[in-house]
Design a protein around this ligand. Structure first.
Ligand SMILES: NC(=O)c1ccc[n+]([C@@H]2O[C@H](COP(=O)([O-])OP(=O)(O)OC[C@H]3O[C@@H](n4cnc5c(N)ncnc54)[C@H](OP(=O)(O)O)[C@@H]3O)[C@@H](O)[C@H]2O)c1
Length: 289
């Protein structure tokens, strides 16, 4: 298949292009090559390519900046999602658009399935929700994939911040919030499921995350253990002890119900994701073996 990945310079985009390259004719376009907020530019680039699928990984992902700069958040996450979908529709391509658990409020007492009521608690979540709605309106062959707590080898992420802090301050130890619960999701595992979705005929709404759930504190502990630094202390703290501009959902774990129904919910555990991530960093010489 001929596939274009938008936002290909990002954490997920880079792993997705690598994952799809074995099986498809893939063209990854970074923000400087294809700005999703520029519909005319997207059409000029994509129309001649006879693309069959467009995957949009482009987004405004700095949650606190979104809170401070809502115009930026909506321009990229809502208008940009709409333009990517409109470009796909115009080119006769399918669109796979990536979204987030932050469309939910996080106060449910169970994991959210695809048809649960949304209720974002911050600007990032609200702008991504607006993007989801725009995508389904603008493109007849669209899928939206909500995912959660992404991390991978490329770019900034919570595990990267923990590893950097542990390397800088091994004696003083770290403090990590223990009252936010979710499913850490390794970008390589998500990319593999996106590759599956490209072959799957039913468009729609899908939740994709690694299996199981944990607090950010448990995630950090598991990471340092896997990385061979179990002696570094990590104190559990409350979100209120670490104030940030944007509120975070307390527990926005995703149930992968659509994948369950499709017989395709084979995502590995979040712990297996952490182990694979650490193994990848070791293989790349970024962590001692
Ligand atoms: N990270 C998470 O924990 C998480 C959780 C749930 C869902 N998601 C979703 O997963 C998707 C991928 O995110 P990620 O984690 O890979 O984040 P990321 O590393 O920030 O990647 C996003 C990419 O989008 C690009 N971008 C920004 N504005 C753009 C524009 N106008 N046109 C084209 N590209 C643009 C960015 O380019 P620049 O860097 O050059 O600005 C960046 O390369 C996003 O839809 C995000 O909402 C992420």
């Amino acid at each position: 298949m001929r596939v274009v990945v938008l936002g290909a310079g990002g954490m997920l985009g880079r792993d997705l292009v690598t994952c799809l390259a074995d099986r498809h004719e893939v063209l990854g376009l970074t923000r400087s090559e294809a700005d999703i907020t520029d519909l005319g530019g997207l059409l000029r680039l994509i129309e001649p390519l006879r693309t069959e699928v467009i995957v949009n990984c482009g987004a405004a992902t700095d949650v606190d900046r979104c809170e401070r700069e809502p115009d930026w958040a909506y321009r990229v996450n809502a208008w940009g999602a709409w333009a990517a979908a409109a470009a796909a529709e115009q080119c006769g391509a399918r669109l796979v658009h990536v979204s987030t658990d932050f469309v939910f409020s996080g106060d449910a007492d169970r994991p959210y399935h695809e048809w649960d009521t949304t209720g974002p608690v911050n600007v990032y979540g609200a702008s991504k929700l607006a993007g989801e709605l725009a995508v389904f309106r603008a493109c007849r062959r669209a899928s939206v994939v909500r995912t959660q707590w992404l991390y991978g080898r490329h770019g900034r992420s919570f595990p990267r911040a923990i590893l950097n802090a542990a390397a800088k301050r091994p004696e003083t130890g770290l403090k990590v919030v223990a009252d936010q619960v979710g499913s850490p999701t390794y970008t390589v595992h998500l990319a593999e499921k996106l590759a599956w979705l490209l072959e799957w005929p039913a468009d729609g709404l899908y939740h994709v995350s690694n299996a199981g759930e944990c607090s950010r504190h448990a995630w950090a502990c598991r990471l340092l253990q896997a990385a061979g630094m179990p002696e570094i202390s990590i104190a559990p703290i409350a979100s209120s002890d670490w104030p940030l501009p944007a509120r975070r959902p307390a527990r926005s774990t995703l149930r992968r119900y659509a994948l369950e129904l499709a017989g395709a919910d084979d995502l590995l555990s979040w712990e297996a994701g952490v182990d694979a991530f650490v193994a990848e960093l070791r293989a790349a010489g970024e962590l001692p073996g």
